[in-house]
Ligand binder design. Sequence first.
Ligand code: 0RQ
Length: 498
Amino acid sequence: MSFNFISAAEAASLVKHGYNIGLSGFTPAGTPKAVTAEIAKIAEEEHAKGNPFQIGIFTGASTGDSCDGVLSRVKAIRYRAPYTTNKDFRTAVNNGEIAYNDIHLSQMAQEVRYGFMGKVNVAIIEACEVTADGKIYLTAAGGIAPTVCRLADQIIVELNSAHSKNMMGMHDVYEPLDPPYRREIPIYKPSDRIGLPYIQVDPKKIIGVVEVNKPDEARSFAAADPLTDKIGQNVADFLAADMKRGVIPSTFLPLQSGVGNIANAVLGALGRDKTIPAFEMYTEVIQDSVIALMREGRIKFGSTCSLTVTNDCLQGIYDDIDFFRDKLILRPSEISNNPEVVRRLGLISINTAIEADIYGNINSTHIGGTKMMNGIGGSGDFTRNAFISIFTCPSVAKDGKISSIVPMVSHQDHSEHSVNILITEQGVADLRGKSPVERAQAIIENCAHPDYKEILWDYMKLSGKGQTPHCVQAALGMHAALNRTGDMKNVNWADFAK
Ligand code: 0RQ
């Protein structure tokens, strides 16, 4: 059969009000860019005529501005899951305009399969190649593409020539069976291949192929600064010491690392520390720093869901594909983030907190307990199951007016039971094997900013006895002081004393 080549606008016109669309991609990498932008135009036109037009979006993780951005601005999103980083989307969610379901990334595909979120009407999939017999070759990410392709009534392919066909063969497409028939996922080392290099679909479901030439809308990273460098160095020093004392095997363990500047700095510091042997990654996002370390031989292999790299870096991979072909593999998010595999491989997970409390509970998602920042992403998939789970954050935010270490987190994503290590630029709190009170001592002493140490010790004095001592009426007192005066340092514990 031959494909129906159509324009992005024609493809968008096939998406109707009330539809749920399933997208390829994970972060802006591998996400469709042309059809979603045209859907936004249709929404705008329909709204101008007084007609309703809103859709549901199912994705792997965040997308680029030509999806979450444009669609949020024209109020075309009714429902969306999971993680996103878009500012306009965030504003709409915090205004109560979008139903946002912030679930663990490993669970996204299976919850769509289980029917928890409704039907997938149309899948929009970015590809570097599609064949007449229905083989779709993905671009820079796995995401939930295999699942939405299988479940959707119709598939639109964005055939994007900005991605090289050299990407063919880099993916390992695998979908587990659902319970009660699920078996083990047979990955025993990061480089194991268990699936196919393409998604096989019924070619009759492909209702249109849209030819585009649009690079990924990758975010660039701020240059490393002394703060992120110090956090990165603290992580590297901690891991080197743990290896030296035999907790981490001398061969080292595969690493997972989140997104952002701290993650880049951590990888940079690990690369420089030559006491740590060349290591592997089993992770959800690979950023520029990982690619640089692969070229230097410091990272031997990377299993990932996405290449969340700058466009120059991506082009470099395509140009040197012979070098990278046996060093990189891209997987769907339910495999890259799979708790079973994370536990088996013994990952060291490194993710970012917005705030941590003195007992090691972590808030990764909410500002002030109520406003969504981005979402939990894959941090929970890895943290709960890692060999060693690490959280990093600067000890203060907003020019020191906010302490990232607080008596009680204003929202909880990761509990004290799952968090092993907390690292700020001030130092490292090793929480393993400790009781709550011992954890509080380690966190306040090693991680809190000097401006807040006494404040936190005073809170401990106020809290009295208990397995997890708290003065419940004062536990969010620092947040209340921030709301009232603009600075957490203005908390006055005497206000709460009985
Ligand atoms: O505010 O944007 O106004 O400058 O939060 O903080 O320090 O710029 O850090 O961009 O790395 O984001 C946790 C959100 C950190 C991210 C989070 C303010 C701060 C700033 C952003 P501005 P930074 P980053 C990977 C796995 C999800 C969990 C995860 C994230 C803004 O890393 O989304 O790791 N993680 N998932 O000033 C109020 C505090 C604050 C605060 C920071 N305590 N109170 N504001 N800020 N701490 C993702 C995937 O799975 C794909």
